[in-house]
Design a binder for this molecule. Structure first.
Ligand code: FAD
Length: 455
């Protein structure tokens, strides 16, 4: 049987495009390129002659025999005071907070950028690898290596756009030093798998900063939303997390720069939410991810999607810390507001993502296909509305991905084609609200009588 990542992962449409395979290939035969869905995949430029299989062994979606629990155990299992929950993986401490200075340009509370800058200024690392705009319409964002806090700040904000790490990982292999790297859960899992097999990566990547992730989006997602915002032709630049004092943090906006220099703005509630939450333009691999909280990261940053914080348009972070060294940097924090918060609240803040990567995943695995083993057991949910939700969202995901991938790039037509499924999903939600109304009311009364039990 072929052991390559192309045969085992890419040909099964399970590649997330992280690029670790291309960076580590001893023969250097893999190159990361756009596929027709606007996602990155490795392409074999010249035939592989050794079939060493290293490319598959560092792939987060291949059958390596490792998962986020086994990797997390090796990394953090022996840390004094460490705890573990099935939803979060290992954690040492959890915080809520922000950096007032970084909030205006950052996605949420600016803690990720603050931390990366602090790691540099305190001499914990020599270089930071994070994602920043490129100015190239063919590749709007890319992983880059920065050596100063000023440069790191150019990467502030979330890139809901494909990026790949082959170039920066090759740089780490060639250039000694200590690096901090940001990444989505699957990207950091790939780094950890690579570190198990490569001493230079083990020694040089000394801090990993994870981001909670509901799903990655293809390049076509940006094109679709830009079209909804009124952009005609190419997008020259995009900022995904604009903040407006008139809106809560949860209703942020995307602002696009069109090729003619004109700016176009669209709020989350004006069409982004519908495409985001219904999984339009989401890669197939995301259907089989069971890591919400970037369990292989030394620290994970996320939005504080809790009512008491999400009303504040300036943005607030929650953080889960696994590394004692990172906790020290955070606790010394100058210019940041950081308070402990129970891990239960952190999990609650991501309830939607936890449902998708647990209950929905269980049904997708039950329905679907032969994928490498997950930590979630395949199961058919009893609730027919939940089953309907999973099936409808999958149909929308496939339709959006296939149509745009086939060159049918008309945003209005796509929305019309998806319309009936959107309607069915909305009707299902209404029915669910009516059915669960008595249960929710009872819970509310119990909470009021029993007091706050968020401990
Ligand atoms: C695809 C995606 C999905 C997400 N889903 C969720 C979610 O469901 N729930 C939630 O709470 N949070 C989610 N996040 C994380 C959230 O958007 C913020 O990144 C997080 O709250 C940190 O905010 P901050 O203000 O501290 O970060 P900032 O100070 O803005 O810094 C963010 C850092 O992350 C880097 N970065 C940005 N995009 C990427 C990327 N694609 N890959 C690697 N590094 C990157 C930047 O270069 C920067 O260094 C997601 C992020 C992404 C990119």
């Amino acid at each position: 049987m072929k052991s390559s990542v192309i045969a085992n992962v890419v040909e099964h449409d399970l590649c997330i495009g992280c690029g670790l395979c291309a960076a580590l290939c001893p023969q250097d035969v893999l190159s990361m390129q756009w596929n027709r869905y606007g996602e990155y995949n490795p392409v074999e430029m010249t035939p592989c002659t050794t079939e060493c299989g290293l490319c598959a062994k560092v792939c987060p979606f291949s059958d390596t025999g490792e998962n986020e629990d086994t990797i997390g155990e090796q990394l953090y299992g022996a840390v004094p005071g460490i705890r573990h929950r099935p939803e979060t993986g290992y954690y040492l401490a959890s915080y809520v907070g922000y950096s007032e200075e970084h909030r205006p340009t950052s996605a949420s509370g600016g803690m990720a950028t603050w931390l990366l800058e602090a790691l540099l200024t305190e001499g914990v690392v020599d270089h930071v690898i994070c994602v920043a705009p490129t100015g190239d319409p063919e590749r709007l964002f890319a992983y880059q290596v920065f050596d100063t806090p000023e440069d790191v700040r150019t990467g502030a904000g979330s890139a809901y756009y494909p990026v790949e790490m082959s170039g920066v990982i090759r740089h780490v292999l060639e250039t000694p030093g200590r690096y901090a790297v940001t990444g989505l859960p699957c990207f950091l899992k790939a780094i950890r798998l690579a570190q198990q097999r490569n001493k230079k990566l083990r020694e040089r990547i000394v801090v990993t900063v994870g981001l909670v992730c509901g799903q990655l989006k293809s390049r076509h997602f940006t094109e679709y939303i830009a079209a909804r915002a009124g952009v005609q032709g190419d997008v020259a630049g995009v900022r995904y997390r604009g903040k407006s004092p008139d809106h809560p943090a949860s209703n942020f906006y995307f602002s696009f720069t069109a090729a003619d220099g004109e700016e176009h703005k669209i709020f989350w509630s004006e069409g982004i939410a519908e495409a985001w939450t219904n999984r339009w333009f989401t890669p197939e691999a995301c259907n089989y991810c069971d890591d919400v909280f970037a369990e292989c990261a030394d620290v994970t940053c996320m939005d504080a999607w809790l009512p008491e914080y999400s009303r504040d348009s300036r943005g607030t972070n929650l953080l889960l810390v696994r590394s004692p060294a990172v906790r020290e940097v955070l606790e010394r924090g100058q210019g940041v507001r950081l308070d402990p918060i129970p891990v239960k609240r952190v999990i609650q803040s991501q309830a939607g993502v936890v449902a998708v990567k647990r209950r929905h995943l269980a049904y997708r695995l039950y329905l679907d296909r032969d994928v490498p083993e997950k930590r979630v057991v395949p199961e058919r949910p009893k609730n027919p509305l939940l089953r309907q939700e999973v099936v409808l969202k999958e149909r929308m995901r496939v339709l959006s991905r296939d149509r745009w991938g086939a060159g049918e790039r008309d945003a209005e037509h796509l929305r019309e084609a998806i319309g009936p499924d959107l309607w069915r999903l909305g009707a299902g939600r209404q029915i669910s609200k009516i059915i669960t109304f008595p249960v929710r009311t009872l819970r509310y009364i119990r909470r009021k009588v029993g007091g706050n039990n968020h401990g």
